[in-house]
Design a protein around this ligand. Sequence first.
Ligand code: ATP
Ligand code: MG
Length: 405
Amino acid sequence: MGKYWLAMGRDAGLVLGLDIGSSQIDAVIADVGHANEIIVRGVGRSMSNGLAKGKIVSQSELVVSIDRALKRAEREVGIRPRNIVISVPQYEMHFGYSSGLSIPRSAGGRITDEDKALAIHKSKKMIKATDQLILHAVPVEYLIDGVPIEDPLGKVGPSLEVTTHFVLANLQNVNALLQVTQQLQLHVAGMVYAPIAGAQMFLSTTERREGGVLIDIGARYTSVSFFKRDLLQSTFLVPVGGDMISMDLAQCLSVTLPEAERVKIKYGSVDVAQVAYRDKFEMSSLDRGRVEIKRQYMCKIIHARVEELFRIIGRRAGIGPEFPYDIVVSGGTSQINGIAALASRVLGHNVRVGPPGKDPAHQVHSRYGTALGLVSYGLKTGAIVPYETPPGFLARLNRKLSRWF
Ligand SMILES: Nc1ncnc2c1ncn2[C@@H]1O[C@H](COP(=O)(O)OP(=O)(O)OP(=O)(O)O)[C@@H](O)[C@H]1O
Ligand SMILES: [Mg+2]
């Protein structure tokens, strides 16, 4: 087997994963190794400006924010890839199901890939999506003559029915995002619902195949996504995230939002019992200037909100001790100390935080898991294509690279 690079032309095979979150933008520049493994060449992060509750309200501000994250990632590589796989900001996302039917057309009624595609296409027609873009159409169940079957390819039957899970994004927002990428002269190879990307990194292959739930606690939203057969079976959003915790703190402690955010990250924990009673920290209060606050008091406020969040998730997802899937928590807010134990207790089920395994490389980049997952998903779906490099190209490339490292 020859050496594989991504087909990026002048970008020497590099590809960019760009996660547009409501609080921050993560960029990962990667290429692909011999065994199709992803090699991270640079990472960068910036505050995301130009978004209001996930809606793009200022393209120019978003351009500047993305550019800042890219510059940081580029510093290590010395080149800016043009081909990107991007996540869509979570604004007016909708999810739904519909079914479609096709009649196998081959002689003998054997089902082909075209029949599967036609059934999915028919199911799309049932979805009214005038101001929405279908981001993903996931075939979650096939039926041959009314009988469920995992993969109908090559089977014989009079009809093929599919149930398709749709992920829809606000069309105006997607168009605004595409205009932003155009202004940055980036070529969008793929657009992805962020949890699908996150699942490539935070769930193991077995968890994605046999059943796994990813709970991504971001700034504005918590997404809860169910994977099986390596497909997104269902997903829902809870409008609670780290921002709400900071707002609780700002209100209860009478501080500005940035100050609440600072003390949350520096002193926050949901393991209240482990915080010493006498433990205190200083902060700037709005009405009383510099004040000392009991850390336990603040942690109890955080605990209340996070506990409530997991209760909502448990109820909506029907999670309990008999729940058959692995449960994994990711996202910025998952870094709060003690969250795995709290989630496990509330859900009555073992919960892990972060990626599987203890591979240090995996852990190092777990903070960029969604952006990295975008690259991985782009490869998997063929949105970005590894190809065998023509002889001579690699030698030229290596000469170039040696100048950059
Ligand atoms: N160490 C930490 N402890 C507690 N909270 C943290 C920590 N680090 C980050 N956060 C919180 O995580 C949130 C950001 O998470 P993340 O980057 O996953 O969000 P996002 O992707 O920008 O948002 P969304 O997914 O909602 O669009 C912020 O609310 C931030 O305060
Ligand atoms: Mg996010």
